[in-house]
Design a protein around this ligand. Sequence first.
Ligand code: DX5
Ligand code: ZN
Length: 251
Amino acid sequence: MEYRLCPSILSADFNRLGEQIKILEKEGVEYLHIDVMDGDFVPSISFGMPVIKSIRKESNMFFDVHLMVTEPERYIRDFVECGADSITVHAEACEDLERAIELIRDAGVKVGVSIKPATPVNDISHLLEDVDMVLIMTVQPGFGGQKYLPECTEKIVELKELIDREELDVDIQVDGGINDETMETVMKAGANLLVAGSYVFSGDLETNVYSIQKKMDKIKLILQLLAIAFGALGLGWFIGTIITLYISCGG
Ligand code: DX5
Ligand code: ZN
């Protein structure tokens, strides 16, 4: 599984947006999280197609567009035309979620579905085969700089179990309140795409990105070692059971 930091430009300095994106690229960041807010699905308004079109000219990063927009079905074609590589829509915002997924797929970009903190995983579990990513909001969508809602951790675990059980290739993205502490929590729970706004952009961008990616690598290594250790324990248990059976059958 690929773990990635997805800096959210909502917290960028818009006066220096192009320059800051260049810094992210230089530091090896591949995903750029782009939050579009319409003042209806969420209280705030951010930016739309012209900004994305403009930064697309200067960047080859993967544009991960998060639509916090009512009836996003209306705008999918526009966002693909201005440079989105993936489009994530909110389950709560769509008139017809299946149709929205189909429109995104037909437009030739990756498909993401997002749920707010109060929406159960169960509401989208029947769609897992049709999407590339599920975005679990870990704050109420609408603003950067909020505190992580701990009750969302359980939803990440639940989603990860479903994905693994069905052996699906679906990324789990988390968005909201990611920092030094919560990064470890969400990665342990099963998330692999970590959106971060204020954590990345407050202070020195270059230093932040470097140290956050280093920390992610460290956590990833620990998780991989734990998986190997559990695998070995499982193998030990399996061999032990075979030996016991062999002996109890008279050897
Ligand atoms: C919030 C947005 C987030 C936001 C996260 O609705 O979807 O992407 O930028 O900001 P932080 O990381 O500061 O919580
Ligand atoms: Zn977002």
